[in-house]
Design a protein. Sequence first.
Length: 373
Amino acid sequence: MTYWQALLRTWRYRLADALGRVRPRKLRFAVTKRCNSRCIMCSAWKTASPVVNEIAPDEIRSIAQRNRRFLSRVGHVSFTGGEPMLRHDLVELVRAAHEAFPRAAFNINTNGFDTRRTVAAVNEVIQFHRRLTVMVSLDGIGEAHNVVRGAPRVFPRVAETIDQLVGIRERGAKLTVEVNFVLTNRNSDQMLPVFHFCRERGIAFNPIYPVYGQLYENDEAEIGLERHAARRFLADLAEIQRIDRSLALQELGHQLEGRPRDYDCWAGRALFFIESDCRVFPNGGCPPAFCLGGLRDFGYSFGGLLRSPQARGVLARLRKCRLCRLPCETMTTLNGPEALAGYRKTFAPPTELTVSAPASSRTAQGPSRQRMF
């Protein structure tokens, strides 16, 4: 993207926002709260209940039909959880989204524990949807991954899942395979090993700063990085950036340094996060108080939901929010509404990364909850 293209895109979004005509670019569906991991940085598994009122394929169709114009510019649809592969009808959920958004890029997040089910689902989906990315969680090599995921002997299964997905890609399918690596105090020596694991297989490596919020049902005290861990991650990140100077890695470095976010949040405008019970949040990194309302209560209409006093109040506060830098939101924002900021960051001269303050979820993600309201 050139400077002038970035400037024009940013200007168009700001004009549309002033006129109240911003339409979302991305939808994220948390299709279940159930999970077979016991991750140290996520507490969703502690609170997940049995299958109760989880979003159904026909509800995805209803959301698309009731909001045909509002959702006409959606170009990316994500399926997350919990663990999406625990939904026996996951393929039908994806099919329903395909009917509504046939040209959009889809991605499915998974822990990769169940190789057979994952590979079968992917083989089925790529028969009807051609733009699919599968993101597999891998937080270390060998026992290091087992520790972070709180599950014994899962690393070999996850590695097998990744290798079989790479095999599908190599046989000619239009499938992208990526690895998500979550930074914690327990795997600060694993960033480079996982990066090289990905390089050997020709797949993308996505290191992610841990986020507290609705999606993970955790607390910032559980996920803050200690100074020694942040220093190790920064040192390894500097090595990786000799090969990969992507915008996402630059943002991660700034998080680890404790730099405040310096661009607006467009969650709740350019993207929405839809929970398994059809409650809507601006994004998955929002605290529970940022719930906009439930689509089921408004006949699946975004228009009715966003006009509600609850949603209006949340969105008014959100414009000044600097709480999170969840990549799902920041990359959508920096490639869309804040494209000029993304351009500036992409072409900024490299700087030496240093830890200027203890890295915690508060310093890295912005003001505390108490100061936001």
